[in-house]
Design a binder for this molecule. Structure first.
Ligand code: GDP
Length: 364
């Protein structure tokens, strides 16, 4: 009878306790659990030899939030820094479906033929929110991903967009130390991640489509202003004519944008990522850009500016974290928010009161 009862679909098995999501012993002694994991030295040597497994493990360390891992990651980045920087860092954006992954694969293979080594990373605003990832789908870029001169890494998930961008920058350093001289940073053209990408690359490529109607309006205009080159993709078949028409329109629109301080004049090209057409012209533009900006000094100026910007951003982040982690501040913050909403205190006064409290504590 009991046996019969157990067969019923309504029978519920006794549950088991859910295991802790983090091993409680781990936090006490993170080093102890790192046995078997490669040391900083091993990883560095592997990266230096261009070993992709070592590079993958190192990136996992960079992306980890465990304090022990973070410490190792920073040591590793420090060691890799002198061997980094010798690459062309290329940001690629465009709306979903424009052909980013098709283009990256075709362009990447094209450059591998020219003896370059390609690393593809991603900054994905959706991954910061829900762990989705534009490169998460393994079927994308199949040919490139199996090529020994390419390295493809999905976007780091979790954390803020700023956090993901910082980790991508650190990952870029590791890739460069591993001998990848072309770094592609892909992002979805939805308006917020472009700025984060623009801050860590040398060149910004915008992929567009002909006939999407609202080409020159709203948000896209802002992204267009950031672009060093616009490529109208899918210039093939019936789409060839509309693409050429769009090229003329976009070229015209670019005339009205203010000139860039580095002396570069953005242009509009057409390409078919699917048929591997127009890729040489795209590369020629990039080579011209490098020649111009390396000669007039703006290439290094831009990188120096980015380094100082990162330095400032990290300080702001550190101060802000310290402030918000303070338990007293947390309490007071809640109370002051209420008071502001009840119009008992002005937002400015409230901030002064809270900062005074914070500075008083910091003096002790
Ligand atoms: P992503 O979302 O921007 O990465 O776009 P995908 O690379 O996944 O491409 C979206 C669709 O457009 C796929 O079906 C591709 O085969 C197609 N596609 C990409 N590039 C071209 C192209 O140059 N010409 C044509 N006709 N189709 C393309």
């Amino acid at each position: 009878m009991d046996k019969e009862k157990n067969k019923s679909a309504l029978h519920v098995n006794a549950g088991v306790d859910k295991p802790a999501s983090v091993n409680p012993a781990l936090e006490k002694n993170p080093e102890k659990f790192r046995k078997g994991k490669p040391s900083v030295e091993t990883l560095f040597n592997g990266i230096h030899e261009g070993n992709r497994t070592a590079l993958s493990q190192a990136i996992t360390l960079v992306e980890s939030t465990l304090p022990g891992d973070q410490q190792m990651a920073q040591q590793l980045i420090q060691q890799c820094l002198p061997f980094s920087g010798n690459s062309f860092r290329l940001g690629i954006t465009g709306v979903p479906g424009v052909g980013k992954s098709t283009f990256i694969e075709a362009f990447g293979l094209h450059l591998i033929e020219k003896k370059h080594r390609i690393a593809v990373l991603a900054i994905d605003p959706s991954s910061a929110r829900n762990k989705g990832s534009i490169l998460g789908d393994k079927t994308r870029m199949e040919q490139l991903s199996t090529n020994s001169n390419a390295f493809i890494r999905p976007s780091a998930s979790g954390g803020t967009l700023g956090g993901v961008a910082r980790k991508t920058r650190e990952t870029m350093i590791l890739c460069e130390a591993a001998g990848f001289d072309m770094i592609f940073i892909e992002t979805v053209g939805v308006g917020q991640s472009e700025t984060a990408v623009a801050e860590i690359v040398d060149f910004f490529l915008l992929l567009m489509l002909a006939g999407s109607g609202d080409e020159l309006q709203g948000m896209k205009r802002g992204i267009m202003e950031m672009a060093d080159l616009i490529v109208i993709n899918k210039a093939d078949g019936d789409n060839l004519k509309p693409t050429q028409k769009a090229q003329a329109e976009f070229k015209n629109a670019l005339h009205f944008f203010p000139p860039l301080p580095n002396g570069w004049i953005p242009d509009v090209l057409t390409a078919s990522a699917l048929q591997h057409n127009g890729l040489d012209q795209v590369w020629e533009k990039m080579e011209n850009f490098q020649k111009l900006t390396r000669t007039n000094g703006s290439f290094d100026q831009n990188r120096n500016h980015q380094s100082l910007q990162l330095f400032e951003d990290s300080i702001h982040q550190g101060i802000s974290d310290h402030f918000y982690r303070n338990p007293n501040i947390e309490e007071k913050l809640k109370a002051l928010r209420e008071k502001i909403l009840n119009k008992e205190i002005s937002p400015y006064e409230a901030s002064v009161e809270l900062l005074d409290e914070y500075f008083k504590q910091s003096e002790i």
